[in-house]
Design a binder for this molecule. Structure first.
Ligand code: XMP
Length: 517
């Protein structure tokens, strides 16, 4: 088994980034909320090192969240970050003060002494940029520690106890605004903890294939394909693991992009030879949606019908016992919430939730330990075409949520599909596809007057959207040059009957969302 690092979460917004940085250095890591880390977990997980995350609590509270004392008694290295530093100092005999000098954002530390964390990166006497976000700070360090870096707002910006291999920093090495943060974390995992850095996608793939074989035995597995990266990677991985025990089901809702259904069927059926049921259910979807224009009702109708159709098709596979899903690690991490209560639902994103219980199936989720970019790396490792692996995200309800405020008809879907295909083709031709996180066209429920040749036209408006984002939670609209926009606009108006005006959406998220509804 590869070396493992345990990250104990105290609710920081950026805890997941610690896991990503550690994994990028070839070391497997997992995030666990502090209240779930007990002696049994420590023993089973057998980490080579532990990282205590930041968090919104104050170490000065009597009820402050703290890791169990055992964490410090295992004889393995521990690194505290921000709140993690403060609670570590507090538990080991130091003191945390509430300070009126808060530090948020970019700050500079003075490197005072040599430290294993700084090896090959920071020299004594240097001033280095870091990212801080704290009100409290360590006022007195615990016995055995020495201060190795200071900053204006944090006199104990970095502390070290070399004999116990305990280190703690007030700043956040996991964010990009600490330019050398990745190397500092790598020094911890490799130099201090002695991890070998042998966790690669090739190793992960073999490990998952073995796990799937063990879980599934000679049982049959159903996998829903959407054309997206996650379900495609799951299907190919499972096929490598269990061959024909896998059957894929692809439900065509009628709201796919141009050529998408054919592409999915040809890749999986013809290229990979995976048993595939292709159900064209578009008629049923158009009928079920009728004149509905409310975005949430549309999502519910599509989500519900999708499950019904999927189940009907899956029932045709005799004695299937498992359902494979592309659940990712961010969905699995139960981040600690100190605010309590569920967050407001802005949009209900549809997935195949509820199916496993209804069909009495067990879940196979081979991606549940991976982040999105790691899924792409696994896809490449499995030999999926680069064009598939690098695809922009596409919502489950597809084009149905890109024709806002009007009844959905085949005709409108066709108009939008053509405009969208031209837009994406031009993006590819301009070499911009990989520089944009997500791009698509929207068909607006507005007709405008135009003039083509010498005739008056009265047709629909098409809006173009392109954003950059890391996780879809926030996004910036993409800045095209005007030449590009003119080219796309001209082509759409000339080639797509039904559209006579094109506009570009320059709204970021927030306040907009990425999709229009
Ligand atoms: P929003 O519009 O919420 O989109 O800013 C964020 C990301 O989620 C995708 N999205 C969906 N995905 N079902 C999905 O599977 C949905 O109902 C849905 N709505 C939005 C959107 O394309 C973007 O990538």
């Amino acid at each position: 088994m590869s070396d493992r690092i345990l990250i104990i979460d105290f609710g920081s917004q950026v805890t997941q980034l610690i896991a990503r940085r550690v994994r990028e250095s070839g070391v497997y890591s997992e995030v666990h909320p502090f209240h779930t880390v007990d002696e049994a977990l420590l023993e089973n997980f057998a980490p080579k090192g532990i990282i205590l995350s930041g968090g919104p609590a104050s170490a000065t509270w009597t009820e402050a969240p703290r890791p169990i004392e055992k964490v410090y008694q295992l004889g393995i290295p521990v690194l505290g970050i921000c709140y993690g530093q403060q609670i570590m100092m507090q538990q080991l005999g130091g003191r945390v003060d509430t300070s009126d000098h808060q530090e948020f954002g970019r700050a500079y530390v003075d490197v005072q002494e040599d430290c294993a964390l700084f090896h090959g990166v920071w020299d004594v006497g240097a001033k280095e940029q870091v990212w801080m976000s704290h009100g409290d700070r360590v006022g007195k360090i615990a016995d055995g520690f020495r201060v190795v870096a200071t900053s204006e707002g944090a006199p104990c910006a970095a502390v070290a106890d070399d004999s116990r291999h305990f280190y703690a920093v007030q700043f956040h090495p996991e964010v990009v605004h600490t330019p050398h943060g990745t190397q500092l974390l790598e020094n911890f995992t490799h130099r201090v903890c002695g991890c070998s850095g042998d966790w690669t996608m090739a190793a992960f793939k073999e490990q998952e294939i073995a796990k799937v074989r063990e879980q599934v035995g000679d049982g049959k597995v159903i996998c829903g394909l959407s054309g997206g990266v996650d379900s495609s990677v799951v299907a190919v991985l499972l096929h490598e693991a269990i061959g024909d025990q896998l059957t894929c089901v692809f439900v065509d809702t009628g709201f796919m992009r141009m050529g998408e259904a054919e592409e999915v069927v040809s890749l999986f059926k013809d290229h990979y030879n995976i048993p595939l049921i292709h159900k064209d259910a578009s008629e049923m979807f158009f009928e079920a949606l009728g004149d509905e224009t409310d975005p949430e009702k549309k999502r519910k109708i599509i989500g519900g019908l999708f499950i019904d159709v999927f189940q009907e098709e899956a029932d045709k596979i005799n004695d299937a016992r498992f359902l494979a899903q592309g659940t990712l690690y961010p969905d699995v991490i139960e981040s600690v919430s100190f605010t309590g209560g569920p967050s407001v639902t802005i949009k209900s994103h549809h997935n195949v939730g509820g199916l496993p219980e209804r069909m009495n199936l067990k879940l196979v989720e081979p991606l549940r330990e991976l982040f999105k970019d790691e899924v792409r790396a696994l896809g490449r490792e499995l030999g999926l075409p680069a064009s598939f692996v690098g695809r922009h995200p596409f919502p489950g309800p597809g084009l149905a949520i890109r024709i806002p405020g009007q009844a959905l008809t085949r005709e409108k879907c066709d108009i939008l599909r053509k405009a969208d295909a031209i837009y994406l083709e031009e993006i590819r031709n301009a070499g911009l596809y990989d520089a944009i996180w997500q791009a698509f066209a929207v068909l607006l429920p507005v007709q405008t007057v135009g003039v083509m040749g010498d005739a008056r036209t009265y047709e629909f408006v098409c809006a173009l959207r392109a954003v950059n984002s890391t996780d879809g939670m926030t996004a910036d609209y993409y800045h095209y040059d005007h030449e590009f926009l003119s080219r796309v606009s001209n082509r759409i108006i000339n080639e797509v009957r039904g559209i006579n005006r094109v506009v570009y959406d320059c709204t970021s998220k927030p306040p907009g969302t990425i999709e229009w509804e």
